[in-house]
Design a protein around this ligand. Structure first.
Ligand SMILES: [Zn+2]
Ligand SMILES: [Zn+2]
Length: 261
């Protein structure tokens, strides 16, 4: 399984750094995780747009979805050139209703929409995908990807070994259940919007870097990747603060990084 970082900035694009978007690749399939501004351009350094097998939107805030509006045209053109026969699958929450309706009306000719809920369990080509509702002002889901080296089952039960796990927190305040959802992750891709000097902002539904470290420790994660940092912030401070609460490997996410498990 491979994680490619396409964009990381919280709220708006930083200098040469777009907003959250990641590519998860497993066994020749490619999944776009969030579609923040800038991702459609960068994505084409790695795969063709027609190579995307599915898209996951963790929530409908603009910094996580806005490139969908132009990706739609790319899919439209590919379909009309005969390069794609089918609609592209996209998974997303169905609220806030007004935003959802607008996105649906815009993309419905090119995409097939499936609602993300905690009950949704996907089994995609030897990879399980599950979701956990987070603490954020709009309906938001953390996503857990578990890819198996050997998978003789076609569902969630069966003979599966050699799993590799990536958990993406999306946007969230710290809450205990997120650590069990993230348990045993080989990579924990965690939002770290704030620094300790912002403590008073905690109730806005975001974590500090130190809380992201605490989450990684509680989850028993092997590697913590800090993302969704506000552009002008000094990322070295975020790194230093996360190190107080997590003793293993910590990386600051930057576009173009690739992590292979
Ligand atoms: Zn965000
Ligand atoms: Zn958000």
């Amino acid at each position: 399984m491979k994680l490619t970082i396409l964009g990381t900035s919280a709220a708006y694009s930083g200098k040469n750094e777009g907003c959250p978007s990641y590519l998860i690749s497993s066994k020749g399939k490619h999944y776009l995780l969030d579609a923040g501004p800038g991702c459609v351009s960068l994505l084409q350094n790695y795969i063709r747009i027609t190579d995307i097998n599915a898209i996951f939107l963790s929530h409908l805030h603009a910094d996580h979805v806005s490139d969908i509006y132009t990706l739609r045209y790319a899919v439209y053109i590919a379909q009309h050139e005969g390069l794609m026969q089918q609609h592209m699958p996209i998974y997303m929450p169905k609220s806030p209703r007004k935003t959802y309706r607008f996105i649906k009306e815009t993309i419905k000719k090119e995409f097939t929409i499936t609602e993300i809920t905690e009950k949704l369990k996907l089994h995609l080509n030897g990879m399980d995908v599950s979701f956990k509702k987070t603490v954020h002002p709009v309906n938001t889901f953390a996503v857990r990807f578990e890819a198996f080296e050997n998978d003789s089952s076609d569902g969630f039960s069966g003979n599966k070994t050699g799993e590799k796990t990536i958990v993406y927190t999306s946007d969230t305040g710290f809450f205990e259940e997120l650590s069990s959802f993230s348990s045993g992750s080989h990579i924990l891709l965690a939002e770290a919007t704030f620094q300790n000097s912002d403590k008073k902002l905690e109730n806005l539904g975001h974590m500090t870097a130190e809380q992201a470290g605490e989450l990684a420790t509680k989850a028993g994660a092997e590697k913590l990747i800090l993302t969704h940092i506000i552009p002008p912030y000094d990322k070295n401070i975020s790194l230093k603060e996360a190190k107080r609460s997590f003793a293993k490997d910590i990386v600051i996410a930057e576009r173009g990084q690739e992590f292979t498990l």
